[in-house]
Design a protein around this ligand. Structure first.
Ligand SMILES: [Zn+2]
Length: 445
């Protein structure tokens, strides 16, 4: 075929090893991937793809791995501004002495810049999509859009006043405005996000369910996270958290339940039957001493499970490579069984599993022709990644976010050779230092 007859691609990634992570697909060595109009137009061997495609811009991925961007299923991105502010404290002291006073006076400026800091950290560590629950989500959405990242975001709803929307009854109105304002956006989707059973009344929870049904959007909640939640809900409503959700009519395939640490066998069956999606946050569960979620048991029942970092204050980073390592090892030591949670399973949770949780698996989560081009390139020519027997093993147990070299989201290059193209890091870091001073005044004695 002559040069003239070749199809034009916006971007061509070539010479790399391609791990598509689409079910049943083989590893492609010396591969190429063509991107047109934000989507994957072709992928295969370099010879096959370059025969048909010529590109405006080419990235040489020699010695590197081309794979899907990671999906962080549960985050509170703007909590990056509290990173390291208070650690190693009992949960209630941590919340009431530091986090709540700091959050009560947060504002649009703080949330915008803290989210941009989170996006910089996530892009640098290979995350291309995240689920978010926090305050001032309009600013979260705007910062995420500026960064060029993909996200499912929702305003946190509860039965006490919010520093953003004021009295509780305004929360759903604010959420409805978000849904209308961001409708049709290529990167941002809105979810309805009641905080938890111990902060939301049954009336508010039913309202949330009705609005999620009306708009066909996901419902996100923290569920069965701690033993104290289990005790409080059992005492107040005479039922365990999952049973209580069932009786309120909230267990469905549109529900994204974060944590799910304290579950009985019967409740796991119920979650599977209702098609509830679960996000596992192992590092947050370890750091806050919440417990160990029964993830192998949920997966065995066919429950869709994604991986999340949770907020930065309970982690304290947003690197999903580290989270994968923790997820695999936590369950092995907890069960004294090195065969549980193998690398391939954990890697799927951080990619296609997370995409399924967020309802985006038709568009992202694996590299397939026609899907959105959310792609990361990792440098494999590094001492801690050699030699290579098994790539999934390396990605879970050896790699870190710092190995990510280039990041493409929705077909756009957002990091090249570790330089961020959508975020001015120096400005973000300066703004965050100013914000930190204000926060410290709120919480210091
Ligand atoms: Zn959370």
């Amino acid at each position: 075929m002559s040069q003239q007859a070749k199809r034009r691609a916006d971007l061509l990634l070539t010479n790399g090893t391609i791990l598509t992570l689409s079910p049943g697909a083989e590893l492609i060595s010396s591969g190429a991937l063509a991107i047109t109009g934000g989507r994957i137009a072709a992928l295969g061997t370099k010879a096959n793809v370059e025969k048909f495609y010529a590109a405006e811009k080419t990235i040489d991925a020699r010695g590197a791995l081309i794979m899907p961007g990671l999906v962080n299923g549960h985050n509170h991105a703007a909590m990056t501004c509290y990173r390291g502010m208070a650690d190693d404290l009992p949960l209630m002291e941590w919340l009431t002495r530091y986090i709540f006073p700091a959050e009560s006076k947060s504002d649009e400026n703080q949330i915008y810049w803290s989210t941009l800091l989170a996006c910089a950290e996530m892009i640098r560590s290979g995350t291309t999509t995240f689920g978010d629950m926090y305050l001032f989500e309009e600013q979260v959405a705007q910062a995420t859009r500026q960064a060029g990242m993909r996200a499912v975001v929702g305003e946190v709803l509860y039965n006490f006043p919010s520093p953003n929307y004021g009295p509780p009854e305004n929360g759903l109105k604010y959420t409805e405005q978000l849904i209308n304002r961001w409708q049709g956006d290529p990167l941002i989707q809105i979810a309805i996000e009641p905080h938890a059973l111990y902060t939301c009344s049954p009336f508010l929870l039913r309202q949330c369910r009705d609005m999620a049904d009306r708009y066909g959007v996901p419902l996100v909640i923290h569920l069965a996270e701690t033993r104290s939640e289990l005790e409080e809900v059992s005492m107040k409503y005479g039922q365990t958290p999952v049973k209580y959700m069932e009786n309120l009519g909230l267990l469905s395939s549109s529900l994204i339940a974060c944590h799910c640490v304290w579950l009985t066998e019967e409740e796991m069956d119920l979650l599977a039957r209702r098609g509830v999606k679960v996000v596992h946050n192992p590092e947050s569960n370890m750091k806050l001493a919440s417990g160990v979620a029964p993830v192998p048991e949920l997966l065995a029942r066919g429950v869709t499970v994604g991986l999340g970092t949770d907020g930065c204050a309970s982690n304290n980073n947003l690197d999903l490579f580290q989270e994968m390592d923790s997820a695999a090892k936590l369950h092995k030591v907890h069960r004294l069984d090195p065969t549980v949670m193998p690398a391939e399973v954990v890697l799927e949770m951080a990619t296609l599993g997370g995409a399924k949780v967020l309802g985006l698996d038709k568009e992202i989560g694996s590299l397939e022709v026609g899907k959105k081009a959310d792609v990361i390139i990792l440098d494999l020519n590094r001492p801690h990644l050699q030699p290579i027997y098994n790539l999934a093993s390396h990605l879970v147990y050896s790699a870190t976010g710092a190995d990510v070299r280039d990041v493409i989201i929705d077909g756009h290059l957002v990091m090249q050779d570790r330089k961020l193209l959508t975020i001015d890091e120096e400005t973000v870091i300066n703004k965050i230092q100013e914000i930190k001073e204000k926060i410290w005044q709120r919480v210091s004695p």
